[in-house]
Design a protein around this ligand. Structure first.
Ligand code: UP5
Ligand code: MG
Length: 214
């Protein structure tokens, strides 16, 4: 019995130790979620500047993959044009590679996970669970106005695709936020306010992660 107990305890310990490890690095991950145009990218830039996180936008990684001429490029581009969610294995691989390549141990993962399957696959593959989820809450009317005024030449910033993105967000992404909310991990922000005001609320949440000045 002693040995059985010892084995069980060792296995349990190993699992605890393995959590949130990326190679030999222990990482802190924050998922930044919210509807299309809610301001995820904008606020992530501010967080990077003030709190020393590395920003990984899943959408930006996928768009870079299209540009690089990868074999998945055409498939990814077609999904983005339709506002559909790219298969988990593609996005997870890009996120994992980006985290390994970077020396930092604090990451903002922006725009992922977008559905339950994304979420479960990420946890299974990486064994990383988020410290918390930052959720930018904003009305569709305001998000639509922002996206139509963005002018960055994104293939998905047209009214037809925007409507599809909103539908996918409500049907597939909101359940992910509900999942984490049930675990008390969601920090909800009123994202309809002007950029500096939203950042004031964001700052309060990230205060415990402030850069230590030596
Ligand atoms: N703006 C920002 N904040 C403002 C504020 N408070 N007041 C007024 N204006 C504000 O902001 C959008 C615009 O609004 C900007 O012009 C900004 O200045 C202004 P931004 O910060 O860019 O908003 P963001 O939430 O980042 O909007 P984005 O369009 O990037 O969100 P999406 O979630 O739609 O886009 P993403 O790039 O994450 O994904 C695109 C597509 O890729 C998806 O639809 C999907 O097809 C695919 N995808 C996957 O398949 N899987 C993934 O995991 C990720 C993406
Ligand atoms: Mg963005």
């Amino acid at each position: 019995w002693f040995f059985v107990c010892l084995m069980v305890e060792t296995l349990f310990f190993m699992q605890v130790v393995a959590e949130n490890m990326l190679g030999d690095k222990k990482v802190t991950v924050v998922f930044v979620l919210g509807g299309p145009g809610s301001g995820k990218g904008t606020q992530c830039s501010n967080i990077v500047e003030h709190f020393g996180f590395t920003h990984l936008s899943a959408g930006d990684l996928l768009r870079a993959e299209i540009k690089s001429g990868s074999e998945n490029g055409t498939m990814i581009e077609n999904m983005i044009k339709e506002g559909k969610i790219v298969p988990s294995e593609v996005t997870i691989k890009l996120l994992q590679q980006a985290m390994i390549k970077n020396e930092n141990d604090k990451f903002l993962i922006d725009g992922f996970p977008r559905n339950e399957e994304n979420r479960a696959a990420f946890e299974n593959v990486t064994k990383i669970s988020p410290a918390f989820v930052l959720f930018f809450n904003c009305s569709e009317e305001e998000m639509e106005r922002r996206l139509l005024g963005r002018n960055e030449g994104r293939v998905d910033d047209n009214i037809e695709t925007i409507r599809k993105r909103f539908k996918v967000f409500v049907e597939s992404s909101l359940p992910v936020i509900e999942y984490y909310d049930a675990k008390d991990k969601v920090k909800k922000i009123d994202a309809a306010k002007p950029i500096p005001e939203v950042f004031e609320d964001v700052k309060a949440i990230f205060a415990p992660y402030a850069k230590v000045i030596v």
